[in-house]
Design a protein around this ligand. Structure first.
Ligand code: PEP
Ligand code: MN
Length: 335
């Protein structure tokens, strides 16, 4: 192996052990210029350990930007050469792994839409057999810890020994404050299941906007997470994907400087974690209650409208009234 590649391998090994581990870069690698300008800006902060960029973008809706694919990998290689910072990309297939390895990508991550599919996770893990590279696995989109644990175990079984987790929040019905609800008790449970495994927070995909990034980042630090993955872009408003949640390298520096890296004692840490777990469980129950109440109100409204129509069509204060009163009375109890 060339010396430069070996040096980068050693650097990546050091970064893997560094706490906090800070990963940043654009949601998508859009052009060479955007990639290099963002990477240079991030290098100037002096705070970024690994540069990220999406090359293959799994999209929810057709017509959205699907990533530049393999043509973007040399841009990352160039960004690494200029800044000296290792790079990471998302992989979802064996071909992605092969291409990423061909361009000496230093670390990989498995996205939320891949973690939900055990076939895909197995394919990626098989492709990585015998390749010594750190891999971070995002939680699945839905709050299913068995899928997340399953993906981690598949990777470990394939012989990968540098495996970590990224918490990017979960899709949930009704919780509108976040793009993906953090449900902190779930990553806390994963920490319990996989002690010592790095756990990184991705506040960008939890928040879906810039305003909550700071508080979510701080919350993860208070919960003893091992690092952050935050999306950044040289011109966030004009980003081709996830424009609302990306920040400039300057804003990232401000955000990172504003964080308090507490070093709580183990007892204090256990107390914070237990309290967060209980609070989060209450939030969850509250959310479900509110969603159900909302659904009930809608049904109740429908009954009202239905009654109105029926009353104007059929209701006559005559002998027939008694046939209608009964069911109306029963509904009244539900209103
Ligand atoms: C991303 O990191 O750009 C991404 C697609 O994230 P997720 O898999 O969390 O949706
Ligand atoms: Mn993104």
């Amino acid at each position: 192996m060339q010396t430069a590649v070996l040096d980068m391998k050693t650097l990546m090994q050091d970064k893997w052990k560094k706490r906090p581990l800070i990963i940043s870069g654009p949601c998508s690698a859009e052009s060479e210029e955007q990639m290099l300008q963002t990477a240079t800006g991030l290098a100037n902060t002096g705070m970024v350990d690994v540069l990220r960029a999406g090359i293959w973008k799994p999209r929810t809706k057709p017509g959205m930007f699907e990533g530049n694919g393999i043509v973007a990998l040399p841009w990352l290689a160039k960004a690494k050469k200029i800044t000296g910072i290792p790079v990471t990309v998302e992989v979802a297939t064996a071909k992605h792994v092969e291409d990423a390895m061909h361009f000496d990508v230093d670390m990989l991550w498995i996205g939320a839409r891949t973690t939900v599919n055990p076939f895909s996770v197995q394919e990626v893990a098989d492709a990585l057999r015998g390749i010594d590279i750190p891999v971070l696995i995002k939680n699945p989109i839905n709050p299913d810890l068995e899928l997340w644990s399953g993906a981690l175990n598949v990777c470990k079984k394939a012989g990968m020994n540098q495996v970590g987790m990224i918490h990017r929040g979960f899709s949930s019905y009704g919780n509108t404050e976040y793009r993906n609800a953090p449900m902190w008790h779930l990553p806390i449970e994963m920490k319990r299941r996989f002690p010592g495994m790095p756990l990184i927070c991705d506040p960008s995909h939890i928040c879906g906007n810039r305003t909550m990034l700071q508080s979510i980042s701080q919350k993860s630090i208070d919960l003893d997470f091992d690092g952050l993955m935050i999306e950044s872009h040289i011109d966030p408003d004009n980003a081709w994907s996830d424009a609302k949640q990306q920040v400039t390298p300057e804003k990232l520096l401000e955000l990172l400087n504003g964080l308090v890296w507490r070093h709580e004692s183990t007892t204090a840490q256990e107390f914070i974690t237990a309290l967060t777990t209980l609070r989060e469980q209450i939030n969850q129950v509250d959310d479900e209650l509110l969603t159900l109440l909302g659904q009930r109100m809608k049904l109740s409204d429908k009954i009202g409208q239905y009654k109105k129509t029926m009353t104007s069509l059929f209701y006559k204060p005559t002998a027939g009234t008694k046939y209608w009163k009964g069911p109306f009375k029963k509904e009244k109890r539900l209103d």
